[in-house]
Design a protein around this ligand. Structure first.
Ligand code: ADP
Ligand code: ZN
Length: 709
């Protein structure tokens, strides 16, 4: 029993149990509203911190908080995270054995559980429902509340039964939570649950920590590898458009030495949950998935989400990129876009049975396409799509970073139009590019397009340029893509205005797009400064420790501490328990459990006893102007080790001019070996291939440097 006088303040509970010193926007307002006994609907983006909104009240209120959650995997994670904070929680779902059920029922009766997670199916089994009537329930929390609405894309019939909850327990307040941004669904939630004058708390759906980029869908694999490399050993998701594509990509990445796995609905339930578990426990880093992956994944430290193809609507896209950076740390999202994606979606839409539904999907696709082709701040487009007033340019998207440069594209447009006319409107995009470039493709030969006057007229531009131009001609309506005629290109009503110089057309230069591609490459070097690298090596050191502890305890690493906590910890480098408690995400329970090993590791690190900062020390000496030999002597290490330290630095994205360290001749040799053997061999293979003429340390250094170029 809690006496009235000991009622705890939300801020205190947050600090004591969760180790956070301040609430995020809206959290305290929601909690206060709930504690006053009202019904509440919370709309917060993924990663906004919805859980705290019911977990803090659960700890303050006298009885049990029953959390209804649709996904078993999610329940397990949440309960584990709560237990790691010393909070008494349990879940009740179909995975439990009868004995396990008994244990939980017993604990409930004894008042030993503060938060009980339950699936909607289980809630309404007679035995459980009877039990609910006997225990002291303080609050119902309905997570993923959009599942109740048939408007939403995640409708679950079992959720419908929850409509009766308010009648069955009229006195118990309900809090419903969702990350869905759809207006129809929002209203549905309050109505379907029959909430009593619920208050809606709507947060901004902006996720400023996610960078946004759209890149042309050519040479995707190389770019994907770059993204993976700059997020080394971090988690990422790559969404692909088909099962086959997920498997192919995963296999290719595995062969290149990455820990990747495919995930799609064609796998059986066991395979799927095993892959999910491995991902959550950081045993695999990359999931190549269809859209089947994600709902149930609560992993806070996903550092990038890549779309191998464009999704069919902005809702899905936003939800999928939303799975990156839930911990609030920077995360990147890249969408590969090519016109073909639009065609593929259109073909699917045409197969849909209902005309009206087809029309809705077509409109949604158009909006997605506008986003992908957009030349204004992408975040502005997204936020206004969700009816949110967008603020200033975000500076964290590719358009903000490289605003479009325009040029007068009338002449290339005339070339393209005249070629289209001369083909008798029988060429698709690829063939048109071949004609303009003067390339003898089988199609060109077969249809005799090499004899038309415009054959080769556009040689001054690359195929890449032409692809980008044609896309823009279609956008601006001077060329049409005819879906009904094999996607061949046709002239339109306004084509003649361009052809006969009555109007001009402005194009975004392909240089803009190239700059955006380069920007991607530079990204990793840009934000890394000396100090952040030094701290980062402590961070890496602590991550290793966390992994060891997680493996010993058989728990996911983020349950021990989130990346955000470890970042804060490496920045603060605490030396005592009191300082340790200052770290974000360290509550009293975790401090008791983990302060000792972490403080020890930090102490060892800062006193220089670990391997962890070895490379930064070499690098600092190098920056002071010492040669590799001098560094080796000074540090009493082998020269090979110094080279390896400098390679690590380059691998972290810090540019080092290696021309002071190796000859151009040596660089050329390694370049030659890589050209012959491919870039995914162990260093030793190149070394042997060069018959040991270049030292091992140098081979590694040159290889890493070449990769970073
Ligand atoms: P959601 O359910 O809205 O997607 P979560 O509840 O999982 O988000 O929270 C996302 C992350 O933010 C979690 O790691 C959580 O611990 C953290 N978090 C929540 N509230 C706070 C806070 N007030 N201060 C710091 N971190 C917080
Ligand atoms: Zn922007």
């Amino acid at each position: 029993m809690i006496a009235k006088t000991t009622i705890q303040l939300p801020e205190k509970v947050l600090q004591k149990h969760f180790g956070y010193s301040t609430f995020r926007p809206q959290q305290l307002e929601v909690i206060t509203h709930v504690l006053e006994g009202n019904d509440t609907v919370v709309l917060m983006p993924t990663g906004g911190g919805k859980s705290i909104c019911f977990q803090v009240p659960a700890l303050i209120l006298p009885g049990v908080t029953v959390v209804i959650s649709p996904l078993i995997a999610l329940m397990k994670d949440q309960v584990q995270s709560l237990e790691a904070n010393g909070i008494k929680a349990a879940f009740f779902n179909s995975t439990l054995s009868e004995t396990e059920e008994h244990v939980i029922l017993d604990r409930l009766n004894k008042g030993e559980i503060k938060l009980l997670y339950v699936s909607p199916e289980r809630l309404y089994t007679p035995r459980f429902f009877e039990l609910l009537q006997q225990i002291n329930i303080s609050l119902f929390a309905i997570d993923e509340a959009h599942c109740i609405s048939s408007w939403g894309h995640h409708f679950r019939p079992e959720y419908r039964k929850l409509s009766a909850l308010k009648k069955q327990f009229p006195a118990i307040p309900v809090i419903a939570l969702t990350a869905t941004a759809d207006r129809a669904v929002r209203t549905d939630i309050g109505e379907m649950l029959q909430l009593q004058q619920p208050k809606y708390f709507i947060s901004s759906f902006d996720r400023p920590n996610l960078s946004l980029a759209v890149l042309p869908g050519q040479k995707k694999y190389q770019q994907i590898v770059q993204i993976i490399r700059r997020n080394r050993d971090e988690s990422g998701i790559i969404y692909c458009s088909s099962r086959n594509a997920t498997e192919k990509l995963a296999e290719k990445l595995q062969k290149a030495g990455f820990k990747a796995e495919a995930y799609h609905a064609g796998l059986n339930a066991d395979e799927r949950s095993s892959i999910q578990d491995k991902f959550i426990q950081d045993r695999i880093h990359i999931i190549c998935a269809t859209v089947a992956f994600g709902m149930g994944i609560d992993k806070p430290d996903v550092r990038y989400v890549i779309h191998h193809n464009m999704p069919g609507n902005i809702e899905s896209y936003y939800q999928e990129i939303g799975r990156a950076g839930r911990d609030g740390l920077p995360a990147e999202t890249v969408l590969f876009y090519s016109y073909r994606d639009v065609q593929t979606h259109l073909t699917f839409i045409e197969e849909l049975p209902d005309d009206k539904y087809q029309q809705i999907q077509r409109t949604k696709l158009e909006q997605m396409q506008k986003y992908a082709e957009g030349q204004i701040c992408r975040r502005k487009i997204l936020l206004s799509y969700f009816s949110e007033a967008p603020g200033d340019d975000c500076n964290n998207c590719d358009v903000c970073q490289n605003p479009p440069k325009y040029f007068d594209g009338t002449v290339p447009a005339q070339m393209a139009l005249s070629a289209i006319i001369r083909t008798g409107q029988r060429a698709g995009i690829t063939t048109l590019v071949d004609i303009l470039k003067g390339s003898m493709s089988p199609m060109v030969r077969q249809l005799g397009f090499n004899h038309i006057k415009t054959f080769g007229a556009g040689r001054e531009y690359t195929a890449f340029d032409w692809q980008l131009f044609i896309q823009q001609f279609i956008q601006q309506g001077i060329i049409e893509l005819d879906y009904k005629d094999h996607y061949n290109l046709k002239t339109t009503e306004i084509s003649n205005d361009i052809l006969f110089n009555k109007s001009t057309i402005k194009l975004v230069s392909s240089e803009t797009v190239r700059e955006r591609l380069d920007e991607q490459k530079k990204q990793n070097t840009a934000f890394k400064t000396v100090t952040s690298v030094v701290n980062e090596s402590l961070f890496e050191h602590l991550r290793k420790l966390r992994k060891e502890i997680a493996e010993q305890l058989g728990k996911p690493a983020f349950v021990i501490f989130s990346d955000a906590s470890l970042k804060d910890m490496s920045g603060k480098a605490p030396t005592s328990i009191d300082e340790f408690l200052e770290v974000s995400g360290v509550g009293e329970h975790k401090a008791r459990q983990f302060a000792a090993p972490f403080l020890k590791a930090i102490n060892e690190y800062t006193s220089g006893k670990t391997q962890g900062n070895a490379y930064t020390e070499s690098w600092e000496l190098f920056q002071q102007g010492l040669t590799v030999e001098q560094i080796a002597i000074k540090r009493r290490i082998h020269e090979t080790t110094v080279y390896s330290h400098l390679s690590t630095v380059i691998g972290k994205g810090i540019p080092i001019d290696i021309h002071n360290l190796v000859d151009q001749y040596e660089i050329n040799m390694v370049k030659g070996a890589v050209a012959q053997l491919g870039n995914n061999q162990p260093i030793k293979t190149y070394f042997e291939h060069l018959e040991r003429q270049v030292s091992f340390g140098k081979v590694r250094l040159i290889f890493t440097w070449l990769e970073a170029q």
